[in-house]
Each structure stands twice: as structure tokens, then as C-alpha cells.
Design a protein around this ligand. Structure first.
Ligand SMILES: Cc1cc2nc3c(=O)[nH]c(=O)nc-3n(C[C@H](O)[C@H](O)[C@H](O)COP(=O)(O)OP(=O)(O)OC[C@H]3O[C@@H](n4cnc5c(N)ncnc54)[C@H](O)[C@@H]3O)c2cc1C
Length: 500
């Protein structure tokens, strides 16, 4: 049976009894929800795109992204956004050819990297088009250049995270970009969504790593980034970073790379989330800044400890710190009230850091709703945004049934602020999609009202457009539409995504 699940079936998890007991006791979750076999809609005919595959297997394989809404829709037996076919070009020129044919036949083109979008970035609008083609970038899978002197590497955009690391590690380098979706997401996807990885404190966000780009647009090729920095007008690379396939198809990415170094990990306990926030702010502003810096709130710490996936922190909050040898921030953490818990919690976090997506599938099977959302704001507003989003999620989901578990952590810090990453687990209602949409709407309103951004690293996609419009205002929206007209004159690139 085809099911829409994360990763390798061999790595699927079954819920440990500690988690099943917690779900039953805290949320009343006892009824499993098996997934149905999804039924493909009838395909529309497509022109002869390079590398076209219209088989049901190819269409199903490109039918959804990875948000809980995507998974619940597919588990319910429907894949309404499945493309009519999949084009797999093998070169930049073939991508340009896909765009030319799409314009001629008015077919919507959805660039596909690793398909890990959690904001509906692959759910293009179908109305007004003769068909939808998934433009699968997996054929663009090569390392084109490695410049040891400048410490840059140029990859084709379809290279997945692990493959890029493998190729760089073989030369003694690393990119240092490890989002939780690392195993499947691609360099093109990282750039198109302004991704941020678990080591962002030390290596920066993906958009900070990009020094050059090549994009195929509806108006021709854009080659950007010919120097490490430039004062030659506005930086057009920034128009492509975060453009989610709406302004062009990224075909090559040049990134800065660094020599590979091992990290030392440690766990720290703080008496409260606020106390921990003061400590991580001190490191972000005055150093020494570690490479990995994460702080869980009281709820996340307690639930992880109860289910065996995190260390106890004496009723307070757990922080995980990963640093280079010789740059241990221990002294500062003690100064800010931290208690050292030794290496073990850090090593355990590192070992299990890519397991959460498998856990989500098991939670959905068990009848729980599980989803995440994220934001970022300045340090002065962080506690208020945290409280407002938490209250919005708890209030909306409690009104609809049993109170949810809402957990939060900080995992990306800057001198001026940080991101907040929320995880929600609740009992699935009769209509879990409507249930989550209501909770997400309330959280989105709380984010915007508190002056924070609707996304720190997931992007806009289809799901965040109305809040994005509020963030950038009517002039910002008009600028985006003007750019769209310039680079996508036939309006075939990922319609319905990004632009308000
Ligand atoms: C379990 C899970 C954990 C996650 N953890 C993180 C995390 O820690 N940090 C983080 O930043 N994100 C995270 N994400 C979100 C997601 O992985 C990122 O947005 C990622 O960057 C998407 O890369 P992808 O290759 O899968 O792109 P896709 O999902 O295939 O595409 C994403 C968007 O970019 C467009 N696109 C893709 N490739 C190109 C291209 N070459 N040119 C133009 N447009 C393109 C697509 O059309 C789509 O709109 C997570 C997602 C999941 C499911």
C-alpha cells in the first residue's frame, strides 16, 4: 500500500509504551487512525517535456509536501494536488525548455526538490492552467566546482543535503547545514525557502551561505554573485533566495564551505525558560557563541524526559550546546544560572536529531494530531510572542476538545533576537484538517499581532500568504508582483505560491 510517510520504512518507529500511556492519560488518545489508499485524479495531457514521466507511480511520488495537512489529506485517500506528470530535466538548458513549453501550452510548473515543504509550497493552483507538471530537479545532482582557495563549492540544485556533505567531507570540508529535513531536502530547496539548520549559530542560515546562484526564468537565465560582497546596486540574489519557485528555477548554487571540525556537546539545566533565554541571549550577543544552541521550554523538557527522548532538568529547562574544542561557553552559562548536565544529553540529542519526523507518522497512526510551527522576533518581544502563540494554540485546541500539549524551543539565535519553534500534540478531532487550520489561524494571528514574522525558516508557500501580505504591506506586495511579471511573463512558475 502506498502511504505518505517520512523517510525509509526500515527506520519507521513504533510508539514506545511511555508515549502511548502519555497520549492516553493526557489527551485521551486511544483509537488508532489507519491511513487509506490515496486515489489519483485523472491526469490532463501534457506536452512533451524533457524527461517526462506520467506513470501513476511518478505522480503519486510527487503528490504532496510534508506538512501535517498534506499527510492528513493523503491519509484520507485524496491527493488533489498530484501533478499530471513529472519532468526530470538533466541540465539548465532542459529546465529552460520546460519553461518554454509550459508557457506555450499554459502548464503550471512546480519545482520539486526533496518535497519536504511544510507550508504547501508544492500545492500550486490548477485553475486557469491546462495542466500541472512537477519539475523534479533530482537529475541536477553534481558538484560542479570546488574552490579550495576561496572556500566555495558550486553544486547543481537537486543535490540532497547528505550527498552534498559526503562530497565535501571527502575533500575535508563541510557546509554545516543540518535542518531536521536534511536527509531529503536539496540545496535548491534550502535556497528557495531560506532554510536554517541545527548548527545555524555557528554556520549561519543557508541564505547566508549562498554566494552565487544560477536560475532559469521565464525571461531567460539569471547568473548572480560574482564577488564575495558587492556595492553594485541592490543584491538580486536576495530576490531568488526565498522565492519558492515563483521567480525562477534555481539550477546552480555556489556556497561558502568550511573545514570540517568535530563538535563537543553538553547538556545544561536552567531553572526556567526565561532564565535560559537570558543565557542564550548573552552568548548570542557577547559570546562565546557555540555552533549548536538549543533551549527547550518547561513543557518540552518535561515531555521529552517523560518519554525518554530528553534529559531531566530538575523541573526546569534543558539546553543543548555544541561547540568547537577550545570554545566552551561553560563559564558564561554558569554565570547565567546554568547547571552542567555533562556530555550525555548532548550526545543523545545528536544521535536522535533526525528521528522526530518518523515519530510524527507514528503519532498520526495512533490518532494524535502532531504539527509544528515557527516564528522569530527581537529579544525584547520574545517572551510576549512566546506567551501569545502558546495561549492561541492552547485556547483554540482546548475549545475544540481536550487540551493539547504545546511545547517550544529556541534553536536559532542572533545578536538581535531568536526563533521560537512550537510543537503541538493533541487528540485528533473528527476533521483533523479543520482542527489544525483553526489552531494555525489563531497562532498566525498571534504572531502577526505580536510583531513577529510568520516564518523564520519554513517559508510562505500557500499557507502563509495572507500573513506575509500583512508583513510586507501593499507596496511590498506590488514590488513582488512587478518582479513576477519580469521573470515569469507567462505566469507559469508555481502559481498560487508565495505571492499574496
Ligand atoms: C520533518 C521536517 C523537518 C524540517 N526541518 C526544517 C529545519 O530544521 N529547517 C528548515 O529550514 N526547514 C525545515 N523543514 C522545511 C523544509 O525541509 C525546508 O523548507 C527545505 O528547505 C525544503 O527543501 P526541499 O528540497 O525539500 O524543497 P521542496 O519541499 O521540494 O520545495 C520547497 C519550495 O521550494 C521550491 N523549490 C524547490 N527546489 C527549487 C529550485 N531548485 N528552484 C526553485 N524553487 C525550488 C518548491 O517549488 C517549493 O515551493 C522541515 C520539513 C520537514 C518535513
Amino acid at each position: 500500500m502506498t502511504t505518505f510517510r517520512w523517510g525509509d520504512p526500515a527506520d519507521a518507529v513504533t510508539l514506545p509504551s511511555s508515549v502511548r500511556n502519555l497520549l492516553a492519560a493526557a489527551l485521551g488518545v486511544t483509537e488508532p487512525r489507519p491511513a487509506a489508499e490515496p486515489v489519483l485524479p485523472e491526469p490532463a495531457p501534457l506536452p512533451d517535456f524533457p524527461g517526462l514521466d506520467v506513470s501513476p507511480a511518478a505522480r503519486l511520488g510527487h503528490a504532496t509536501g510534508m506538512s501535517t495537512e498534506d499527510l492528513l489529506t493523503a491519509r484520507g485517500g485524496a491527493v488533489p494536488d498530484a501533478p499530471d506528470g513529472v519532468a526530470r530535466p538533466a541540465s539548465h538548458e532542459e529546465v529552460l525548455e520546460v519553461l518554454r513549453l509550459a508557457a506555450e501550452h499554459r502548464v503550471a510548473v512546480v519545482p520539486h526538490g526533496g518535497r519536504t515543504s511544510v507550508v504547501g509550497g508544492l500545492r500550486a493552483v490548477r485553475e486557469g492552467y491546462t495542466g500541472v507538471v512537477a519539475l523534479d530537479l533530482s537529475g541536477l545532482d553534481r558538484l560542479l566546482r570546488l574552490d579550495r582557495t576561496s572556500r566555495t563549492a558550486t553544486f547543481q540544485a537537486g543535490v540532497p543535503g547528505p550527498r552534498a556533505e559526503e562530497m565535501l567531507n571527502a575533500e575535508g570540508f563541510t557546509l554545516g547545514h543540518f535542518p531536521q529535513s536534511f536527509q531529503y531536502a536539496t540545496l535548491g530547496g534550502f535556497a528557495a525557502t531560506r532554510s536554517s539548520g541545527q548548527a545555524s549559530a555557528g554556520y549561519g542560515r543557508f541564505d547566508q551561505m549562498v554566494v552565487g546562484l544560477r536560475a532559469a526564468t521565464g525571461a531567460g537565465t539569471l547568473d548572480l554573485g560574482r564577488a564575495p560582497q558587492s556595492a553594485a546596486g541592490p543584491d538580486l540574489r536576495q530576490l531568488l533566495l526565498g522565492s519558492e519557485g515563483a521567480f525562477g528555477v534555481l539550477t546552480e548554487i555556489t556556497v561558502r564551505i568550511r573545514p570540517r571540525r568535530e563538535l563537543q556537546y553538553a547538556g545544561w539545566a536552567f531553572p526556567s525558560f526565561e532564565a535560559g533565554m537570558r543565557a542564550v541571549r548573552a552568548l548570542a550577543q557577547d559570546g562565546p557563541l557555540p555552533v549548536v544552541l538549543r533551549l527547550s521550554d518547561e513543557a518540552e523538557t518535561a515531555i521529552n524526559a517523560a518519554t525518554g527522548s530528553g534529559a531531566e532538568a530538575g523541573g526546569g529547562c534543558l539546553a543543548i550546546v555544541g561547540h568547537f574544542p577550545g570554545a566552551d561557553p561553560a563559564e558564561r552559562l554558569v554565570e547565567y544560572g546554568g547547571e552542567p548536565l555533562g556530555e550525555e544529553p548532548g550526545k543523545a540529542w545528536e544521535a536522535g536529531r533526525f528521528r522526530a519526523p518518523y515519530l510524527r507518522d507514528a503519532l498520526l497512526d495512533a490518532g494524535a494530531l502532531a504539527e509544528t510551527l515557527e516564528t522569530a522576533t527581537f529579544w525584547d518581544r520574545l517572551p510576549q510572542t512566546y506567551a501569545a502563540v502558546r495561549d492561541a494554540l492552547v485556547g483554540t485546541l482546548s475549545a475544540a476538545g481536550t487540551p493539547p500539549m504545546v511545547m517550544c524551543h529556541i534553536s536559532h539565535v542572533y545578536e538581535t533576537g531568536a526563533s521560537l519553534y512550537f510543537t503541538v500534540v493533541a487528540a485528533q478531532a473528527e476533521d483533523p484538517i479543520a482542527q489544525w487550520r483553526a489552531a494555525k489561524a489563531a497562532a498566525g494571528e498571534a504572531i502577526v499581532k505580536s510583531g513577529a514574522t510568520i516564518s523564520h525558516h519554513h517559508g510562505v508557500g500557500r499557507d502563509h500568504r495572507s500573513w506575509y501580505a500583512q508583513e510586507i504591506g501593499p507596496v511590498g506586495t506590488a514590488v513582488l508582483h512587478a518582479v513576477k511579471r519580469a521573470v515569469d511573463p507567462h505566469d507559469v512558475l508555481n502559481p498560487g505560491i508565495l505571492l499574496p
